[in-house]
Each structure stands twice: as C-alpha cells, then as structure tokens.
Design a protein around this ligand. Structure first.
Ligand SMILES: Cn1cnc(CNC(=O)c2cc(-c3ccc(F)cc3)cc(O)c2O)c1
Ligand SMILES: [Mg+2]
Length: 214
C-alpha cells in the first residue's frame, strides 16, 4: 500500500534530522512541508508566536488538542522546564504512531504523553486518570468547530485556573468563528489576536490568545 504523507514526513525526519535535537527535527519538517508536500503543522511563522506564548506561560502542565505529526508538541516540549509535562490529544489513529516516533527522534518522549481519542472523551479523565490538577497552558489546533465546546468542557471540568493561557491556531483559515465569538464575548477571558499566515503559504491566518480570569 502507498505510504501516507505523514509517513513520508517521518521518513524525511528519520533520514535528515539529528537525533535528540528538536530544532533539527522542526527545521526538517518545515523544509519538507514548504518544499515537497504541504502539511498542517503550525509551521515556523506561527511557531514563533507559539514559542513566545509558551515562554510567557512557562507551564508546569500543558495540554495540546490536535497532535498531528507532533510538530507543535516538539515546539512546546522543547521549552518546558525539567518537571513540566505536555499532554497531547489526537483522535486519528494513523497520526499517533507517527507523532510518537517523531517526538522520540527529537528526544522529547519523556516530556510528552500522547492520548489517543476524542478530546471531549479524554478531557473529563485528565484529573482522575492522568493526575492533572489544573492546566497552565492549552494549545487548540484540532477540529475548528470543537474549539468552543472543548474550551467550555475544560472550564466545566475545573481544569482552568486564574491565569491559564489558551492559544488557538487557525483563527482565520480554516477559521474558528464560534470559538472567537465565545471567547471574546465572555468576560472570563482576556483575548489577544496575533495576525500571521497559514503555514508555508501566503494566505492570511491568525492565532488568538485567551487568558482565563477565573
Ligand atoms: C484531519 N485533521 C486532524 N486534525 C485536524 C485539525 N486541524 C486542521 O483541520 C487544520 C487544517 C488546516 C488547513 C487545511 C486545509 C487548507 F486548505 C488550509 C488549512 C490548517 C491547520 O493549521 C489545521 O490545524 C484535522
Ligand atoms: Mg493548525
């Protein structure tokens, strides 16, 4: 059977990246996806925004919705302090083993736990099954129409605390209008918009940061 695009990305990383060097894995994926095959990694331009917000949050416990090939998990995990940890939820069973392998090549397997399943099923288990107290940082990059309901679910599960930082990808393209409406009209969130571009394209996109006020 033909290899998938995601398998080809893993092949490229496995062949070209320096084992244990997250930067070289990121550079390899960005090179492959800008020169060979486009893929929906957050990419280098929006990746810098992600880096800055992670540095601002300096999270002990972080959550990512939408692992895909592990690119943003590596961007986040490489900035985490020694005892900090990232949980990343991915529903597509084809992506999970590829992301695990790419994160292993980056040398970050100890800092990232990939949870396979739908966010709405796993979020309610984070406290009981994964010993999570509250989340310091959440990166939303999964199905765009799930951003709003899953944000509400995070709050309902008591996973957000005063100062928790949410960052959402693809606010413009593909777009997350319900999320934007929800987050900007609820007094419990303080929002900041970061204009950017769709990964590897000249198409306009943006990220939205929302700080939970408790
Ligand atoms: C299958 N699947 C597993 N996870 C997801 C959630 N992510 C997205 O849907 C997603 C899509 C795009 C995108 C797609 C087509 C296009 F023409 C332009 C942009 C970009 C992104 O950054 C994304 O995060 C989808
Ligand atoms: Mg995205």
């Amino acid at each position: 059977m033909d290899q998938s695009k995601e398998q080809r990305i893993l092949n490229s990383v496995s062949y070209n990246a320096v084992k244990g060097d997250p930067e070289s894995v990121l550079d390899c994926i960005d090179k492959y996806c800008s020169q060979k095959e486009w893929a929906m990694n957050v990419g280098d331009e929006k990746g810098l925004i992600l880096d800055n917000v992670v540095k601002e949050a300096d999270p002990t416990t972080a959550l990512e919705l939408g692992t895909y090939c592990g690119y943003s998990a590596i961007r986040i995990a490489r900035l985490l302090k020694p005892k900090a940890h990232l949980f990343s939820i991915e529903f597509n069973p084809e992506f999970v083993p590829i992301a695990k392998e790419i994160i292993e090549i980056a040398g970050l397997s100890d800092k990232v736990t990939i949870l396979e399943g739908h966010a709405q099923d796993i979020i309610p288990q984070l406290k009981s099954k994964y010993d999570v107290d509250t989340l310091d940082f959440v990166f939303l990059d999964h199905w765009k129409e799930r951003y709003a309901p899953d944000t509400i679910l995070l709050e309902e599960c008591g996973l957000l605390r005063k100062g928790s930082i949410l960052l959402a990808d693809n606010i413009i393209y593909p777009g997350a209008p319900e999320f934007l409406e929800y987050i900007r009209n609820h007094k419990r969130f303080e929002c900041t918009n970061y204009p950017s571009h769709l990964e590897y394209m000249k198409v306009e996109d943006a990220m939205e940061k929302a700080v939970y006020l408790g």
